[in-house]
Every structure is written in C-alpha cells, then in structure tokens.
Write a protein that binds this ligand. Structure first.
Ligand SMILES: *Cc1c(COP(=O)(O)O)cnc(C)c1O
Length: 422
C-alpha cells in the first residue's frame, strides 16, 4: 500500500511500521510525531526524492555553500527559505589519529569531533532542524527530555532565535550540562526518576500544552538533522570512506541518522561503498546489543552506566538502530564503564580529542570489537566523538587522575622531576 504524499515537492514520510514497513501515510507539514495509525511504536522515516536532490546536491554546487549543516538543505525537511538558528552547526573536523589507531588495534582511525558544535555535542544537528521546524510552524515553546546534550543543544538554539524552552532532565544529569541549560535561559524541570520516566512525562506534557516536541526518537525530522553527520562523513572522506563507523548508542537515533546520511550520499554518488556500522552500548545499558546478538526485537532492560548520554534502558528508536547495523553488515558491542574511562584517557593523550564517556564509547567499542575479532586489524575506522569531555568533568577527573601540588620553589620542582622524570 502506498499513499505517500510528496512533502513540499521533496521529502516523503514513510512509516516504519512493525507489521508492514512498506506502508506510507500522508504527512502534514508541521507534523513531527509518530505514525498516526500505529502510535508511538510507528516511528516515521522521511524519504527524499534523491533524483531531484542530485541536481541540487553535487560536488559542484556544494563547493560554494556554507560549511555547516545547511549546505544539504535539499535533504532536510525544511520549507524553502526557512529561517534557521544563526549558530554554526556541523561540518565538524575529521581528525586523523594514528597513535590512537594503534591503541585501538585498527589500521587507521579518524575521529569526527562533534564536540566542536555550538553547545559541544552531536545533538546540535538535531536541535538545529527542530528549532527551524518550530519556527516554520509558529510554535513559541520547544521542549525535550534529555540527560543533558539534547536539552542543552535545544536550549542554545532556542535562545539564539528567541524561543522558550522547557526541559525535563532526570536527576542524574551531570552538573555541567544542567549549568549550560540554565545559562541558555531554559525552564528546567529536574525529574526524580529514570530517564525513561522523564521521557514519558515530557511526551505527555507536549501533548497537553502543544509545545514543539524535540524528542528525537518519535520526531522523524530530528533524525534528518542527525543524518547530516553521515552526509558530511561521505563528503569529507569520499574515496577514503572507512570500513567501519563506530558510534555510541542510547535511543538509537544517532546511529540511524548517520547511516541514513551515508546511504543517501551513496545514492547521490559521493561514495562508492558503504561502511559497516559499529553500535556501541554500555555494559549496564545494553538492550540493543542483546537484541542484536540474539537476533530478536528489543526487550527493554536495565540502565546503569556513568555514561549518562547512553544510559537508556528502553531505546525509542531501536528498530531503526538495529536496521542500520544489520543493513550495513555491522555489529553491536558493549563496553564497560572502565573501558570508556580508559578510552577517554587514551583519546586525550594519543589524539588531543577530549570526549565525554559516551563521546568516546565508539573508540572503546572499536578496541573491544578488534579484541572480539569482529573488526579486523587491517580495517580502517572512523569513530564519532559525540560530545565534549567538559560536559562531564567528574568522569574526566576519574579517568585522568589528579595533578601534583608543589610550593613555588625551584628545589621542590627539581626534586619532583628527579622522582618523576617527564
Ligand atoms: C545522545 C547521545 C548519544 C546517543 O545518541 P542516541 O541517538 O540516543 O542513540 C551518544 N553520545 C552522546 C554524547 C549523546 O549526547
């Protein structure tokens, strides 16, 4: 059955329906929720007319475009001429990290450093699209539930264009992320409960009060924002596209979005082959690893890890995340909290890139996957560093230890250096 209406001449909205993934529904321009027929489990996918996009998006046209995520506007669900937040989102650098590659055990390793986005995480990509959608539909209040990064990115983007933001955070959200929210002027509700409960409360509130809902898992437009990371990887690396792209997984939107971007760039001819996706979860919150290993659907499980950004027991976008890994012939792996702290330390020392625990989980996962024989030592890889280490200073101090304290005295310094040569 097919009833897909063209979305303003370009994207179409497709149902990722449990029973029948080929079904289509009509979409309203400002509708950014789940499938109206299937409910919250029916998460929509936006499909673009790629033949048409090819005329607008090719190496020649892109050469003169701004180096941010709006360079791909024909592949984003925005009306022509839509107003976007002025903050610079996207076109984050891809750094070559040969010493870290040796540590992880792969032939080469690149890091896509998402901490270089305006609020220092990958989430800025989705919030940029969310805020543009809210502006286009005339909504004045944007809302989301988040352990921190989605929230701070939304609050920052909203502040830059004068929208109000309502943010629901679980109690365990790290202080630096909450501080960011407050500085951006968000109304912050701290929920005494798990992330999953926080999420449900926000869902209900958006419905009750008519706020724009930035919860990426049920809002297909936001995955399109996340997709720009995949578009960039393809454009930035072209023929050097790696064998593996490793990324941490909470709700699953980041890996799903990145995969969708890579696929579209292959269809547009920017890359000849697709990488395999390595989804990385924490040992204490690994429902997708289990579903993948046991070749079954998701069963929500416990969520306990110091990596707050992926402390998710009930991933909302599990179907798309599993699909990304399966379609790409990739894999899921779980890493311990200790392994993430170790990756944080090693990425810092061996590459100069500072990620939060979930930010470097991709690096930890690669090393694990090499050890497990899933990734070969001859393979090339790219890890997406999804968020800045400054977002979680407590974990950083745990990973890196304490400095020595001395008096301002030359002899004392000399004695110290004798004891601990550099
Ligand atoms: C949100 C987030 C993730 C996981 O993204 P999902 O879309 O929830 O899978 C990973 N790392 C960081 C730093 C994040 O903020």
């Amino acid at each position: 059955m097919r009833c897909g209406k063209r979305y303003r001449g370009r994207p179409r909205v497709r149902e990722a329906d449990p029973q029948d993934e080929r079904r289509w529904i009509h979409s309203r321009a400002a509708y950014d929720g789940p499938c109206l027929r299937c409910g919250p489990e029916g998460i929509l996918d936006i499909e673009f007319d790629l033949d048409r996009a090819r005329r607008a998006i090719n190496p020649r046209t892109l050469a003169s475009r701004p180096r941010d995520q709006w360079r791909y506007r024909e592949l984003l669900p925005l009306p022509a001429g839509a107003r976007v937040a002025p903050l610079h989102v996207g076109w984050t650098p891809v750094e070559n990290a040969p010493r870290l590659a040796r540590w992880a055990g792969v032939r080469s390793l690149r890091l896509k450093d998402e901490s270089r986005n305006p609020t220092a995480s990958f989430k800025d990509r989705a919030s940029g699209v969310g805020v543009a959608r809210a502006l286009a539909s005339g909504v004045r209040v944007v809302a989301c539930a988040s352990t921190g990064n989605a929230a701070s990115s939304l609050a920052g983007a909203a502040a830059s264009v004068g929208l109000s933001s309502m943010i629901f955070v679980p109690e365990f959200a790290p202080e630096p992320k909450v501080a960011q929210l407050l500085v951006f002027g968000a109304r912050v509700i701290r929920v005494k409960g798990s992330y999953d409960e926080t999420w449900e409360l926000c869902q209900r509130a958006c419905e009750a009060y008519g706020w724009y809902n930035r919860n990426a898992a049920v809002n297909p437009s936001l995955v399109e924002g996340k997709k720009t990371c995949g578009l960039e990887i393809a454009e930035q690396l072209g023929a050097e596209v790696p064998d593996w792209v490793a990324v941490s997984v909470g709700d699953g939107c980041t890996i799903a979005g990145t995969w969708k971007g890579l696929q579209e760039m292959k269809a547009l001819g920017f890359i000849r082959r697709l990488p395999r996706m390595l989804g990385v979860q924490a040992e204490g919150a690994r429902p997708l690893v289990d579903a993948f290993e046991q070749r079954r659907d998701l069963e929500p499980g416990p969520a306990q890890t110091l990596a707050d950004s992926i402390c998710v027991g009930h991933p909302r976008n599990w179907r798309k995340a599993l699909r990304a890994v399966r379609e790409s012939k990739g894999a899921f792996v779980a890493v311990s909290d200790e392994a993430m702290l170790e990756a944080m330390r090693q990425a810092g020392r061996l590459s100069g890139v500072f990620g939060e625990p979930a930010g470097v989980a991709g690096v930890a996962g690669l090393r694990q996957a090499v050890e497990d024989g899933v990734v070969s030592r001859r393979d090339t890889a790219l890890a997406i560093v999804t968020g800045s280490g400054l977002k979680d200073v407590k974990s950083a101090m745990r990973a890196a230890g304490k400095p020595v304290t001395l008096r301002p005295n030359d002899a004392e310094l000399a004695a110290y250096l004798e004891d601990q040569p550099i």
